[in-house]
Ligand binder design. Structure first.
Ligand code: B3K
Ligand code: ZN
Length: 855
C-alpha cells in the first residue's frame, strides 16, 4: 500500500486533449476501445505510464499499427519507444456485472452506470487518471435496445442508430474539456421527467430526470430543486449553465450521495425520490441541498477543477459553502447553521481528535477515497465561510469573479483560489492560508476584566491548537470571533474581533457595567471556545442575546456542562446549572414556542450523545448515556403540562413541504420525544403515528417511542414494516431505528434484520442503515462492556471489505475514534483492529484507517 505526498506533485509527462470512447455493453464482457491523441510534454524520452485496474488488455495500437513495446505491471500499462505526438488506441474488456465495488462501470440493478471520482476511470480503460489531464470526449455507447432504451453520456447527442441483434448505439460529444473523473455513462430503462430552464441570457436548457420505473411521482421535488439552484447561482454569483441539456439519473446502488459528472449527474436514489408519504422534511431538505451541490459543481469543480487530489477542498469546501448559502436562502438560515455546527462538533471534531486527522488540504494520502471527509468538506466550507466573513458579500463575489476569469478551463490549486480572493480585494491573506495546511481544532480561551472607574472592558483571547495524530507542531491562526457584550439592558457591543496571535487583548471603552460575553456568534470559526463564565451568565445569554444562534449555543453549553458533571466526565466544565434551573429555562422557552417554533425546538434539544463525547477528555459511556436519559425523563415529568399545551396549540394541516409547516412539525416531534417517555401518553403517541398523513410525523412518533417505551416502539415498528416492506429506500428508516435502539438483545435483533428479505450486503444504503446506525448511533450496544459490539461490527467489516472497500472503510470509523473511552474498551477495540489488519487481502482503504488507528 503506497503513500502519496502533496509535495511530490509533478506536471504530467504526457497530455491527452482528445478522447474517443467506444463502449459495447455486455454484463460480463464489455468491450472498451479508447482512442486518444497523446502529446509528450517532458524533454526526456520517459515512457508513457497509464493507470488501469481490473482490466483485460486486448490490444494496443499506435497511429493505427499494432504496438508491442509495452508491459503491464502493478496496475499500470507502461508504453515505450513512442513518438512525440501520436494516436493511441487501447482495447480492453471489463466485467461490470461482477463489479461490486461500485467504482468504474458497474450494474445497479438492471441498469449500467459509472462512478469515476476519484480514481475509478482506470477501471474502465488504461488512462492518465489524474485531474490535471483535461480532454474533450466523444463517446459511443452500444447496448441492447429493449433492455437499455436509454444510452447516456456527457454532453450532447451527435449520432444514434440501430445495430444488428436488437442492439442500438448513441454517440455523445462534450465540448468542454474535462478530467476523466467527470466522465459518466448510464444505460437502462427508466421513467423520464422532462422540464426546461431558460438561463439569464435566454438560452433554453433541457432538464431530464431519470428514475426507476414507477417512481416518476417521486421525482418532482428534485426537479424543482434543480431549477431553484440554477436560478440562485445566476442571481448570487452570475453563473449560468453552459450545455443545452442537464441530466440526473437516480440509481439504487451508490457509494455516496451523488456525483457531479458533466451534464450527467448520477445520484443515490435516496437524494432524488420524495413524496410526503414516504419522505421526511429532512429528506426533502437534503434532496434540495444535494441537487444544488452537484449543480453548483458545474462551475466550482467542473469548469475550474483540481490540479491534484490533495486540492479536493478547492471544489468541495467551496461547493459545500455554496450549497449552505443556497439552503439558508431557501429556508431558515438559523436552523441551517445549527445543523452545520452540529455536524462539525459531532463528526469533524472527532475526526481531528482521531488517527485520521488531516488539514482541509491533506499532505499524505494512501487511498484517496478515504479523504472525502467531514474535514475536507465541512471544515473546508467553514474556512470558505471565514473568507466570506472577512471580505464581505461583495468582496467575496469579486474574488469569485476573478477566480473564474483567471482559471476557467483549468485545473488549479487551493492557493490559486486564495490568491484570487486576495488580489480582488487587496487583502493580505498570507496568515489566513494556514487554515489550509494545519489540522486540528483550535482551542480559544477568553477572559474579561472590567474597570468600573475607567468604564473599560478588556477581553483577552488566547488560542492554542493541540497536537494531532498527523502534526505535532501548531502555529497561531487567523480566527474571526463574533463578539457580543451584554448588559442588563441588552446588547452593548456587537463586533467581529480578529484573533491572529497566541494571545491578544481587546479593549472596549464606554462600557457602563461588567458585561456578559457572548462569543463565537454564528460559529464564526471552527474552534472550541472556553469562556470561563458561570451558568448565570449563560442563562443571561439564553434570555437576552441578540444573536439567536448564541442563545441556542449557550443553552447547549448549559446542558453539556450539566450532563458531564452528572456523569463525572473528566474535562473543563464550569459550575453547572441546577436541574430546576434547566426546567425553568425550558418552561420559559415553551412560553415563546408559538412565536419562534424553529428556534425553540432546537433549544429544547439536548446535545446528541456523540457531541457530548467530544466535549470531555474521558467519558464513562454508561454514566453519560444514563445522565442524558435521566435529564430527559425529568424534563418530561416536570414540563408535561407546558409541553402538552404547546402540542395542542400547533395546528393540524395537510402535508406540504413549506417552511411554517416544517418548523411546526419539528417542534411537535421534539415535544413528543419528551412526552413519549410518559406512560400516560402512549395512546396519544400511537395516534400521532396512525393519524399522520406524512413520513415526518410517522418517524417522529417512532423516534419518540424508540427512546420512550419499548412496547409502543415494537407495535409501531410492526405497523411500519407492513406498510413499507416493498420499498427498501423507506425501509432503511426502519432498519436504522431498529439498529440504533438501545435494547439489551440488540445483536440478536441485528442478526434477524440482516436476514430480512430486503437486506443486502451489496447495497450501501442497506449496510449504512443497519450497521452504520448501529456503530455510529447505538452507543449502548456498540460500546457494550464485553466488547461484543466491537466484535460484531468487525465480523461484518471482514465480509463487506471484499465486496466494497469504500463502504467498509467508512463503517470502520467508529472503531478508530476511541480516544475518549476508558482503557478496557480501548483494548477491546484494539483486539478487533488487529483482527481486521490480519485479514488476508484487506483493501488499502481499510488498511490505511486501521493501521493509523493502531498507531
Ligand atoms: N464529488 C462527489 C464525491 C465523490 C466521492 C468519491 N469517493 C460528490 C460530491 O461531493 O459532490
Ligand atoms: Zn461535492
Amino acid at each position: 500500500h503506497a503513500i502519496k505526498r502533496r509535495s511530490d506533485y509533478q506536471s504530467p509527462a504526457y497530455v491527452i486533449q482528445h478522447v474517443e470512447l467506444d463502449i459495447d455493453l455486455y454484463p460480463h464482457e464489455t468491450r472498451v476501445i479508447c482512442t486518444t491523441q497523446v502529446e509528450r510534454k517532458s524533454a526526456d524520452q520517459q515512457p508513457l505510464v497509464l493507470d488501469g485496474v481490473d482490466l483485460q488488455l486486448l490490444s494496443v495500437r499506435v497511429n493505427g499499427a499494432d504496438w508491442t513495446n509495452y508491459v503491464e505491471k502493478e496496475q499500470t500499462l507502461v508504453v515505450d519507444g513512442l513518438p512525440d505526438a501520436f494516436t493511441l488506441t487501447i482495447e480492453t474488456q471489463i466485467d461490470p456485472a461482477n463489479n461490486s465495488s461500485l467504482e468504474g462501470l458497474y450494474k445497479s440493478g438492471d441498469a449500467y452506470c459509472t462512478q469515476c471520482e476519484a480514481e475509478g476511470f482506470r477501471k474502465i480503460t488504461y488512462f492518465l487518471d489524474r485531474p490535471d489531464i483535461m480532454a474533450e470526449y466523444r463517446v459511443t455507447v452500444r447496448g441492447n435496445k429493449s433492455a437499455y432504451p436509454y444510452l447516456l453520456s456527457n454532453g450532447n447527442v451527435v449520432a444514434k442508430g440501430e445495430l444488428d441483434d436488437g442492439r442500438h448505439f448513441v454517440t455523445w460529444h462534450d465540448p468542454f474539456p474535462k478530467p476523466c473523473y467527470l466522465f459518466a455513462l448510464v444505460a437502462g430503462d427508466f421513467d423520464l421527467l422532462s422540464d426546461n430552464f431558460v438561463t439569464a441570457s435566454g438560452r433554453e436548457v433541457a432538464l431530464e430526470l431519470y428514475v426507476d420505473k414507477g417512481k416518476r411521482e417521486r421525482g418532482y421535488h428534485a426537479l424543482d430543486s434543480l431549477k431553484r439552484a440554477m436560478a440562485w447561482d445566476e442571481q448570487t454569483f452570475g453563473l449560468e449553465y453552459d450545455l443545452d441539456i442537464y441530466m440526473i439519473v437516480a440509481v439504487d446502488f451508490f457509494n455516496m450521495g451523488a456525483m457531479e459528472n458533466k451534464g450527467l449527474n448520477v445520484f443515490n436514489s435516496k437524494y432524488v425520490l420524495a413524496d410526503g408519504q414516504s419522505a421526511t422534511d429532512d429528506d426533502y431538505f437534503h434532496i434540495e441541498s444535494v441537487i444544488a451541490h452537484e449543480y453548483f459543481h458545474n462551475w466550482t469543480g467542473n469548469r475550474v477543477t483540481c490540479r491534484d487530489w490533495f486540492q479536493l477542498s478547492l471544489k468541495e469546501g467551496l461547493t459545500v459553502f455554496r450549497d449552505q448559502q443556497f439552503s439558508a436562502d431557501m429556508a431558515s438560515p438559523l436552523v441551517n447553521r445549527i445543523n452545520q455546527v452540529n455536524v462539525m462538533r459531532e463528526h469533524q471534531f472527532a475526526e481531528d481528535a482521531g488517527p485520521m486527522s488531516h488539514p482541509i488540504r491533506p499532505d499524505v494520502v494512501m487511498e484517496m477515497n478515504n479523504f472525502y471527509t467531514v474535514t475536507v468538506y465541512d471544515k473546508g466550507a467553514e474556512v470558505i465561510r471565514m473568507l466570506h466573513t472577512l471580505l464581505g458579500v461583495q468582496g467575496f463575489r469579486r474574488g469569485m469573479d476573478l477566480y473564474f476569469e483567471r482559471h476557467d478551463g483549468q485545473a488549479v490549486t487551493c492557493d490559486d483560489f486564495v490568491q484570487a480572493m486576495q488580489d480582488a480585494n487587496q487583502h493580505d491573506l498570507t496568515l489566513f492560508k494556514r487554515w489550509y495546511s494545519q489540522s486540528g481544532t483550535p482551542v480559544v480561551r477568553a477572559s474579561g476584566e472590567y474597570d468600573q472607574q475607567a468604564r473599560q472592558f478588556k477581553l483577552t483571547l488566547t488560542q492554542h491548537t493541540p497536537a494531532t495524530a498527523d502534526q505535532a507542531e501548531k502555529q497561531p491562526l487567523m480566527i474571526p470571533v463574533n463578539t457580543e457584550l451584554l448588559g442588563n439592558q441588552g446588547t452593548m457591543v456587537q463586533t467581529v474581533l480578529s484573533l491572529t496571535q497566541a494571545q491578544q487583548t481587546f479593549v472596549f471603552d464606554n462600557i457602563d457595567q461588567a458585561p456578559v460575553m457572548s462569543l463565537l456568534g454564528n460559529f464564526s470559526a471552527p474552534v472550541r471556545l472556553y469562556d470561563g463564565q458561570n451558568s448565570s451568565a449563560r442563562q443571561h445569554i439564553v434570555m437576552y442575546a441578540n444573536d439567536p444562534f448564541s442563545r441556542w449555543d449557550a443553552m447547549q453549553t448549559l446542558y453539556g456542562d450539566y450532563l458531564h458533571c452528572q456523569a463525572g466526565s473528566a474535562g473543563e466544565f464550569a459550575e453547572p446549572i441546577s436541574t430546576a434551573g434547566i426546567v425553568e429555562l425550558q418552561r420559559s422557552l415553551l412560553n415563546q414556542a408559538m412565536d419562534s417554533p424553529a428556534l425553540v425546538a432546537e433549544m429544547l434539544c439536548l446535545p446528541s450523545f456523540e457531541t457530548l463525547v467530544q466535549q470531555a477528555e474521558q467519558i464513562d459511556v454508561d454514566a453519560l448515556f444514563d445522565a442524558r436519559n435521566a435529564l430527559l425523563n425529568q424534563l418530561a415529568e416536570a414540563l408535561e403540562q407546558d409541553m402538552l399545551a404547546v402540542v395542542q396549540q400547533l395546528p393540524a394541516q395537510a402535508y406540504d413541504y413549506q417552511q411554517n409547516q416544517v418548523e411546526q412539525r419539528r417542534l411537535r416531534n421534539v415535544l413528543w420525544l419528551y412526552l413519549g417517555r410518559l406512560d400516560q401518553h402512549q395512546a396519544a403517541l400511537k395516534s400521532h403515528y396512525h393519524d399522520a398523513d406524512n413520513m415526518t410525523d410517522c418517524l417522529g412518533a417512532l423516534r419518540a417511542a424508540q427512546e420512550g417505551n419499548e412496547q409502543t416502539f415494537d407495535q409501531l415498528m410492526v405497523a411500519f414494516e407492513q406498510r413499507w416492506q416493498d420499498d427498501p429506500l423507506v425501509l432503511d428508516k426502519w432498519f436504522g431505528l431498529h439498529a440504533s435502539a438501545p435494547r439489551k438483545d440488540c445483536l440478536s435483533r441485528l442478526d434477524l434484520l440482516s436476514g430480512h428479505k430486503q437486506f443486502s450486503l451489496n447495497n450501501p444504503n442497506r449496510v449504512r442503515a443497519l450497521l452504520g446506525s448501529f456503530a455510529f448511533y447505538n452507543p449502548k450496544g456498540f460500546h457494550a462492556k464485553d466488547g461484543s459490539g466491537y466484535r460484531y461490527l468487525t465480523d461484518y467489516l471482514k465480509r463487506i471489505d471484499p465486496i466494497n472497500p469504500q463502504v467498509a472503510a467508512r463503517l470502520v470509523t467508529p472503531l478508530t475514534q476511541f480516544r475518549h473511552l476508558d482503557s478496557e474498551r480501548k483494548s477491546l477495540i484494539e483486539t478487533q483492529l488487529h483482527r481486521l489488519l490480519d485479514t488476508p487481502n484487506l483493501s488499502g482503504d481499510v488498511f490505511e484507517k486501521v493501521s493509523k488507528a493502531l498507531g
